[in-house]
Design a protein. Structure first.
Length: 568
């Protein structure tokens, strides 16, 4: 049976490319077997020793569509922002780029005419078709490819180098020239940065090394590596932040200035903490994005009422403002935003931080060095001799720092700091435990702001629903309101990485000092009594503010209850 029309053109293109002779073409045309479909490919590979890639290029030329090597394309959650992953998987297409208002899409079937029209309708963009091999597109949808997206090549190298060897890898053998490990450490950091990660966890298990990213406050597993790779990877990260690679028994802290190790223009620093764990050393890296500026106060999630109160407080000439909450609750960002708002040439602002997370123009910032005795307390003492108007202390964690902070607030300075407590009223008990006299607290304190970060429900796929009887009861008790609320879509969408949530929003409990509250502090009242006084003075609790965000459609009831328990 003669070759089909398309097969004839493919063979002709291979002749043009110099991969087949005219005699070979004649032999294929006269071939007794049916060479339509995959049969021609098999003959070309088995008998004529052509590679599948060459045949693929010839096919692309035959149909007049540019070839695209999908196997080298890196799939990320952002790949499916415009075209849903299910649609791509069903029709074997893959979005691979965008030029202006044109979407570049790789197709396995170049003759499919209805799919480009559907994509154009779905996205509102023109579609430029590229030809890809069917197997290459299918491979991009396998679980393994999704799990280690962007790491396939380096993981393969590491497997070849370390996976089959029974010898352990000593840190001393790891140098700046250990290729796969250097690539792996850089790739992990780059991939985490582009995914919007706040912390990277590298955890040694008994038989594997697990790499996890914390995105929007939730940890997700990204990569699994052979256990033997662990010491080398940790050693490489230690080299990057100038730590002692021979010391494996003690925790160490350091900092990576990442632009020294990458050519991709990623200007970030990483705060690195290593710790000896039961199966080896673990590492946690906090990403500090120096290109990210502070957010305006209006973007932090303050309710209108709380924002007006907070703006009044930060413009007071002296006193103490405290922010409290657990690690990762947005305290630093709020402090920086407040300083940015009140910063002016007439004011002298000094900050003592550990570490300096963001550099602010016009503000003098000091990095702490406990090893040489530069602590918050010693920095604070020096600041008091440097004629400041506003002082920011990274954290009040001991009696000495607390005493000097109160003293500074009482002597004409506005002092802003952070403290680790669960809510605003319990801050008073914490300061009392540190040995500060109640009358000193009441006369220096302007306000306490407790805060948390909650995940925002995805705007694209959120679902409106009626509250359950229990949710209705909570809403009515906290806000005196109940009505339709939103919940996250179970499977999410490409915009939110199929999680149902995208980004975070702050919730705040703002306790402003009033005469009644000052009296309560001086009398040494219990935290629960102080909370009642503050609520009478207009304080909205964290629980109330979280439900206010539910009412406004910013988050879900599940997220609100998971972050803050209901008020008693």
């Amino acid at each position: 049976m003669p070759l089909g029309k398309i097969q004839t053109v493919i063979v002709g293109k291979l002749v043009e490319m110099g991969r087949l002779s005219d005699g070979q073409r004649e032999a294929l045309v006269r071939h007794p077997a049916d060479l339509n479909g995959d049969a021609l490919d098999k003959i070309l590979i088995d008998e004529y020793r052509l590679t599948p890639f060459l045949i693929f290029v010839a096919r692309a030329k035959a149909v007049g569509v540019a070839p695209f090597n999908v196997s080298r394309w890196r799939v990320t959650p952002q790949t499916f922002e415009r075209i849903p992953q299910d649609f791509c998987q069903e029709h074997l297409v893959l979005p691979v780029g965008q030029v202006g208002e044109t979407l570049l899409v790789a197709f396995a079937n170049p003759f499919e005419v209805s799919i480009p029209a559907k994509i154009q309708e779905m996205t509102g963009m023109k579609v430029a078709r590229l030809l890809a091999r069917e197997k290459a597109i299918k491979d991009k949808f396998t679980k393994e490819s999704q799990t280690a997206a962007g790491f396939e090549d380096v993981v393969k190298q590491i497997g070849a180098e370390f996976g089959t060897s029974g010898d352990s890898i000593e840190e001393e053998n790891v140098t700046e020239d250990s290729g796969p490990i250097i690539q792996l450490s850089n790739r992990i950091i780059e991939d985490a940065y582009f995914a919007g990660t706040s912390d990277i966890h590298i955890e040694p298990w008994e038989k594997e090394i697990i790499v996890r990213y914390r995105i929007d406050g939730v940890c997700i597993e990204k990569l699994r590596l052979p256990a033997k790779v662990g010491p080398s990877l940790v050693a490489r990260l230690k080299i990057m932040c100038n730590l002692d690679i021979s010391e494996r028994r003690l925790p160490q802290d350091g900092r990576i200035v990442f632009k020294q190790y990458t050519k991709k223009g990623i200007d970030i620093d990483l705060r690195v903490s290593t710790a000896p764990l039961n199966h080896g050393e673990g590492v946690v890296m906090r990403i500090l994005d120096k290109q990210k500026s502070t957010l305006p106060m209006t973007a932090l999630g303050f309710s209108e009422e709380n924002l007006a109160k907070y703006r009044d407080v930060i413009r007071q000439p002296y006193g103490m403002i405290l922010h409290c909450g657990p690690t990762g609750s947005g305290k630093s960002m709020t402090l920086y935003s407040a300083l940015n708002e009140i910063n002016s040439p007439e004011l002298v602002i000094r900050t003592a931080e550990d570490p300096i997370e963001y550099t602010l123009a016009g503000i003098n910032q000091m990095q702490m060095h406990r090893q040489i005795g530069l602590t918050f307390a010693s920095a604070l003492r020096s600041f008091l001799r440097q004629d400041p108007d506003i002082i920011l202390v990274g954290e009040i964690r001991d009696k000495e720092t607390a005493n000097i902070s109160v003293e500074a607030a009482l002597t004409g300075h506005l002092l802003i700091s952070t403290l680790h407590t669960n809510d605003a009223p319990s801050t008073i008990a914490r300061l009392t435990d540190m040995g500060i006299e109640p009358f000193m607290i009441s006369s220096s304190l302007l306000c306490v702001c407790a805060q948390r970060l909650m995940r925002r429900v995805c705007k694209t796929c959120k679902i409106q629903t009626d509250p359950t009887p229990r949710e209705k009861e909570l809403l009515e008790k906290a806000l005196g309101w109940s009505g339709p609320i939103h919940k996250a879509a179970p499977k999410g969408c490409p915009k939110c990485g199929n999680s149902g949530y995208k980004g975070r929003v702050g919730i705040h409990e703002l306790m402003i000092t009033t005469e009644e509250l000052i009296e309560g502090i001086n009398k040494g009242m219990e935290t629960s009594e102080l909370k009642k006084i503050a609520m009478r003075g207009g304080m909205k609790t964290l629980h109330q503010d979280s439900l206010l965000k539910v009412k406004d459609g910013l988050t879900t009831m599940e997220e609100a209850i998971a972050n803050v328990p209901p008020d008693l």
